[in-house]
Design a protein around this ligand. Structure first.
Ligand code: ADP
Length: 754
């Protein structure tokens, strides 16, 4: 028989063919995937378009005709929609304020940056893009549009201004470029941020934004630099500094202002001459009252100076040239016991004074309870004050305040954003409250991390709208290419997942230029600090140089105060960077020791409370307390207690047990026995313990005194044999006094019957 012609052989051939085909297809599919991966991995990352210098620029890749057509189409569509290319989009360098030096084309920008105690001169070629004429240079709107999430802000104005600047409003769950939030976000959010994302808060800024932390930092700096840090009224944190404050009050006849340690809007503030009225355990901030403030038209006022920080390492601070002066609404008189309670006279908060009927709304610059800083400047010039010097002093106060928290800010930033190598992950608008005394000396009162952007009055609108606009223009969001970064990140993840061997993973440099370990110890607080090296800009400060150049060219109405333009000033501030370890300095002061003691006591109290709660939950409290009590008692007492207990046991007699109780117990026992039998826990059970007990109960002696049990004696013996274990286990279940009662009852019955 020819096998090759058989059906069976043909079928086998068919199957072989199928399986071969399947293997081939699988192989093809696999090669396709590997090739795709290879292609993805070999792709060249594109460079930042607007910031490469001509020498560094790579040759432009010729654009494919298809892509070119797509772009042309996109451009035409946009032109048809009447939208001028790059008109308001932040990508193209938006309109700045009048002061903004905006070069029309390429320009060399110079600046200094401060990095770990070294100063670098930065010279960066910048090119502010005009609306591009060449179609090839244009990108589709979807690629260029920056996005902002304002859902965590209660100020509608921020969203509106962002929209006009070309930002797209998105939800928090989307890939936003900027997240604008009124409150400090959690660490989780910081940690999960992508390299192109920015948020409007720095981690750790609370160090200067809470009254108690601000006073702690400023007091510490005052201790190290007593001549330089007289920028705030004398401050004590109660109750830790209670003794110091009382001492001061004894030797100086002063008025004090008392504030809750984390309060705001003038809540809970009062004035006093007598610190003895304060309890030694009250948590308050106590400050000497500046009783001769600068007055305008007889009213006290304070300044709200808006400050933008775009980077903490290197520190870059900008102050907005416009701001607000908030006036008290009753004419000022130095504090006396009679007027100390008049908050409309001594406090300048808007939230307090708006309630006064004398609150003045005015569209004119020279009147009203809220005025612009420019109006104050005009008033000062009119009264022959040196306005430039005054503002230089204000800038000094702001810089020193930020520097007091600089180590924490720097540490937190690097801890939260180790991989942010393209742009800064944070920027922050701070509201500095500055009080000016009659000698024109500015004092820092408070720093607000979320200054109000309510626009109730015309003056608010005139100040706050341009402030937001200029801030959004100044932050260097556009320097990070979202698509490119996402692509790089995806590639990195893919590499990690597929474990493709190749170059070892590249450590991303920090935006600070991959700075080495700080060498600030060498200059720890020393006034004769080494002169600052001025080095030509190193190549590895690329993204940072771009940021600096961007900021310098988009100042709007901001002025840069840190790093200061003057080199001698830069040297002066360098010494404040060199604060040694905060904790050790903090530990050295007497007040801080007390503070630590208090904190330790509080910690112990809290721990004890927690332990108690835990014990109560576990139901061990009484037992453990008794145990602890016994351990603590002297030996003689313990012995006496033991003897008493023994005597008690000796004289013990069982209590009365009602019939109902007994019946109930029987039912339970019966139920338990049934359950045991059903579950077959004990084998060969023929008689339950209840039977036995019943037998004992029903036993009555006959006339011969032998008695008659409900069961015969051999049966009983058998029962006893079989049931011993279960009876023992039953009896073991009973509480001791119940067991004794049972035996007692049975015996009594037995004796009675005899
Ligand atoms: P809050 O955060 O509650 O507004 P501030 O510290 O800003 O508290 O103080 C509220 C107001 O009290 C200030 O605007 C200022 O007018 C006044 N004030 C605060 N501290 C002093 C001080 N040391 N001397 C004089 N006035 C002060």
């Amino acid at each position: 028989m020819n096998l090759k012609n058989s059906k069976f052989f043909k079928r086998i051939q068919e199957l072989r063919h199928f399986s071969k085909e399947k293997i081939r297809k699988d192989r093809e599919k696999r090669t396709h995937v590997v090739r795709a991966l290879d292609m993805a991995l070999n792709e060249q990352p594109c460079l930042d378009r607007e910031w490469f210098s001509p020498e560094q620029s790579p040759p432009l890749q010729p654009m494919s005709p298809r892509r070119r057509m797509k772009k042309t189409r996109c451009l035409k569509r946009r032109a048809a929609a009447g939208k001028q290319v790059g008109d308001n989009s932040p990508y193209y360098g938006p309109s700045s304020g009048e002061n903004s030096p905006m070069p029309a084309d390429e320009a060399k920008l110079q600046g200094f940056i401060q990095l770990n105690n070294k100063t670098y001169r930065v010279e960066c070629p910048t090119r502010v893009l005009n609306p591009p004429m060449n179609v090839d240079e244009e990108r589709p709107a979807s690629e260029t549009k920056s996005t902002i999430c304002v859902s965590n802000s209660r100020y509608a104005m921020i969203g509106k201004i962002s929209k006009t600047l070309g930002y797209k409003l998105v939800k928090e769950s989307k890939m936003w470029n900027i997240l604008w939030s009124d409150s400090f976000p959690g660490v989780e959010l910081f940690k999960n941020m992508k390299r192109f994302q920015q948020i409007n808060h720095f981690p750790g800024m609370i160090e200067i934004c809470r009254k108690d932390l601000l006073s702690r930092n400023l007091n510490r700096m005052l201790k190290i630099f007593p001549q330089d840090y007289k920028i705030f009224p004398k401050t004590w944190m109660l109750p830790a500094d209670y003794g110091d404050a009382m001492n001061y009050a004894l030797n100086h006849k002063r008025t004090f202002i008392l504030k809750p340690d984390s309060g705001a809007q003038g809540r809970g503030i009062w004035l006093t001459n007598d610190l003895k009225t304060i309890g030694p355990h009250e948590r308050l901030i106590c400050q000497t009252y500046i009783n001769r403030p600068l007055l305008i038209d007889g009213y006290k006022f304070d300044l709200r100076v808006y400050t933008l920080i775009t980077s903490v390492d290197p520190l870059r601070i900008f102050v907005y040239n416009e701001g607000l002066a908030r006036f008290a609404t009753n004419k000022y008189v130095e504090p006396t016991p009679g007027n100390a309670n008049d908050l409309y006279m001594h406090l300048t908060n808007y939230s307090v004074n708006k309630r006064n009927s004398h609150y003045e709304l005015c569209d004119n610059d020279d009147c009203g309870s809220k005025r612009k800083l420019s109006a104050i400047n005009t008033w000062m010039r009119r009264h022959n004050y040196d306005v430039e010097e005054f503002w230089s002093n204000v800038d000094d106060v702001i810089i020193k305040t930020v520097l007091s928290a600089w180590p924490v800010l720097k540490h937190n930033y690097h801890a939260c954003f180790p991989g942010h190598d393209k742009i800064q992950a944070c920027f922050e608008i701070l509201g500095f409250d500055i009080l000016v005394d009659w000698k024109l000396k500015p004092y820092i009162l408070e720093v607000n991390h979320s200054p109000s952007f309510h626009t109730n009055e015309q003056v608010d609108r005139e100040v706050k709208r341009p402030l937001i606009r200029d801030t959004l223009n100044l932050v260097s969001t556009v320097l990070a290419d979202k698509r490119q970064i996402l692509k790089e990140d995806r590639k990195r993840v893919k590499q990690r997942l597929l474990k493709i061997r190749g170059d070892p993973p590249v450590q991303r440099p920090r935006l600070g230029g991959g700075t080495s370990k700080p060498k600030i110890d060498a200059q720890k607080g020393s006034p004769d600090a080494q002169p600052v090296d001025v080095e030509p800009e190193a190549e590895d400060h690329g993204p940072l140089a771009q940021q600096i150049a961007w900021e310098e060219s988009h100042l709007g109405n901001f002025r840069k105060i840190m790093p200061p333009p003057d080199l001698s000033k830069l040297d002066y501030y360098t010494r404040f960077y060199a604060q040694s370890n905060q904790v050790s300095i903090f530990a050295e002061t007497a007040a801080s020791k007390k503070r630590e003691d208090l904190a330790r006591k509080m910690r112990i109290q809290i721990e004890e409370k927690k332990a108690k709660q835990q014990q109560m939950l576990n139901g061990k409290a009484k037992r453990d307390a008794r145990k602890r009590h016994t351990v603590l008692l002297p030996r003689a007492v313990r012995e006496r207690n033991r003897m008493n207990l023994f005597r008690l046991r000796e004289n013990w007699s069982p209590g009365f047990i009602s019939d109902a109780e007994e019946r109930l117990r029987h039912t339970w026992l019966h139920m338990r026995a049934e359950a045991i039998r059903m579950l077959k826990i004990t084998e060969n059970r023929r008689y339950s313990s209840t039977d036995l007990q019943q037998s004992l109960r029903n036993w009555t002696p006959d006339q011969h005194g032998h008695g008659r049990l409900s069961a015969s004696l051999p049966q009983l013996a058998a029962r006893l044999r079989h049931q011993t274990c279960s009876i023992v286990s039953h009896l073991a279940q009973l509480q001791p006094h119940r067991l004794l009662t049972l035996i007692h009852n049975v015996l009594l019955k037995f004796v009675d019957s005899i």
